[in-house]
Write a protein that binds this ligand. Structure first.
Ligand code: ADP
Ligand code: NG1
Length: 427
């Protein structure tokens, strides 16, 4: 745990922390006692399989969530944000309510806060003043939501003066992000805590562990934002997929193969599982999938098993580093995108167009990253082609439309594996 606590800010956040300190002072009239940072991530390969228990291969990005904190004796939690899009919020620290039907920004903070409170079984809590500053593009598949949940969890742990391992923190934050309504896996929270600079990680679940995966030196990973935002918690796309996987697993456990029909009606699923509609709704489906009438189990399962195999192949190629490493990794990323698009149906026309443009201008492989239905792509680009790749993709996808209005640094950039969550005692 000690490696999560640093006396001084690291150079890459220093100037932001100093600004945060000033804003905190004008907002709350006092000086923060400490600062917490939790990074976003890019998932290189392994999409929509973490919640089925299969390993994924993400790395932390440099974009992150920062929170300046001052514990107070009032039992009131006061939240403010440097971005005026996210309004101030305050609540009693003793009775945290999270409305699953409204994914307002402060609810993500409350997920982390409540998760840690509950873990220690605490009821009488100190309050705190917090100022949040994030630079991860929201609802874009780079995990801004989990970075906020993890940051809030680590803030709460620090205020309480308690200790937990990074693995425990990741597991608590994974569980507590479910309070927002989405039933995701643990990829985002795990990499936010367990990331290390310079290496991607294979994240395995049950038990949770992270193993270094050395990415090839001759290639660069480039993130490109389709500029289509998709909030997971505001729609049911994400949870429907989770339910489909859950149902497919239950049917496979019972029958060893899935019915071949493309689309299965609720009644047929109940019959195959030998349960009533009521049991299915109360014991298996989430609140926001109660009205779904049909499910596509066969193609979802096909995606999950093939994607899980691609993750292991990707790791093996990185380890063995054959002459054509970049080409082989690119092929796996292309296959992953195809499976996400056709089998899992979590792409969108803009993502498909962007992936095509990236491949046309030199990417060996390109795929959607994160939940999908919008958000970002990740491409593997030979290092010597990087500058022409960036210029051409910028022209073809961003400049030819109003998308060029999006700040370039947030829409198209090369990235490398960053470090995990930290606490700074001074700015
Ligand atoms: P992602 O793929 O980035 O995790 P989600 O749609 O799951 O996207 O979550 C995005 C939500 O996270 C935003 O709608 C907002 O409520 C919250 N969020 C993201 N960035 C910030 C920020 N800088 N400050 C406050 N809340 C944020
Ligand atoms: P993003 O991209 O942050 O919305 C979501 C899930 C992940 C994982 C991916 C798809 C959460 C917090 N995150 O990530 O667990 O399932 O989709 O691979 O639910």
């Amino acid at each position: 745990m000690s490696e999560i606590w640093l006396r001084r800010a690291l150079p890459y956040v220093e100037s932001r922390l100093l600004k945060l300190k000033e804003m905190f002072n004008s907002k709350f009239g006092s000086v923060p006692k400490f600062y917490v940072r939790a990074p976003g991530r890019v998932n290189i390969i392994g999409e929509h399989i973490d919640y089925c228990g299969y390993s994924v291969l993400p790395m932390a990005v440099e974009q992150d969530m920062l929170i300046a904190v001052e514990p107070v004796k009032t039992h009131v939690l006061q939240l403010a944000n440097t971005n005026p899009l996210y309004p101030d919020f305050s609540t009693s620290a003793n009775n945290i309510q999270i409305d699953k039907t409204k994914p307002l920004w402060h609810n993500y903070f409350l997920c982390g806060f409540k998760g840690i409170q509950e873990h220690f079984g605490l009821s009488d809590l100190t309050g705190m003043n917090c100022l949040v500053d994030g630079n991860i593009p929201p609802s874009s598949g780079l995990s801004s939501s989990s970075a906020l949940v993890c940051c809030a969890g680590l803030v709460t742990l620090t205020v309480l003066g308690m200790n937990l391992s990074k693995v425990e923190l990741a597991e608590i934050c994974t569980k507590s992000e479910h309070y927002i309504g989405t039933e995701g896996g643990g990829m985002d929270q795990s990499i936010s805590f367990l990331a290390e600079e310079g290496t991607a990680k294979l994240i395995e679940f049950s038990p949770l562990r992270a193993t270094d995966v050395k990415l090839p030196s001759g290639a660069v990973f480039v993130i490109a934002n389709s500029c289509v935002e998709m909030n997971k918690a505001a729609t049911s796309h994400f949870n429907i997929r989770v339910m489909e996987c859950r149902l497919a697993a239950k049917l496979l456990a019972k029958h060893k193969c899935l019915p071949w029909e493309e689309v299965l009606r609720l009644e047929e699923i109940c019959r195959c599982l030998g349960i009533s509609l009521q049991e299915l709704k109360t014991q298996i489906l989430s609140p926001n999938t109660q009205d779904v009438l049909t499910f596509k189990l066969y193609q979802r399962a096909k995606h999950v098993y093939s994607e899980a195999a691609r993750v292991l192949q990707f790791k093996k190629i990185c380890e063995e580093a054959p002459d054509n490493t970049v080409q082989l990794l690119g092929e796996l990323m292309n296959q992953s995108h195809m499976s996400c698009r056709d089998m899992y149906e979590c792409s969108c026309p803009e993502l498909d167009q962007l992936v095509d443009i990236c491949r046309k201008f030199g990417a060996q492989g390109s795929r959607l990253t994160g939940a999908g239905w919008g958000g970002c792509t990740v491409s593997i680009v030979p290092a010597d082609k990087l500058s022409s790749f960036l210029a051409n993709v910028h022209e073809a996808y961003y400049q030819r439309s109003n998308r060029s209005l999006v700040p370039e640094k947030q829409s198209l950039f090369a990235t490398k594996p960053g470090g995990g969550a930290l606490v700074f005692l001074e700015a």
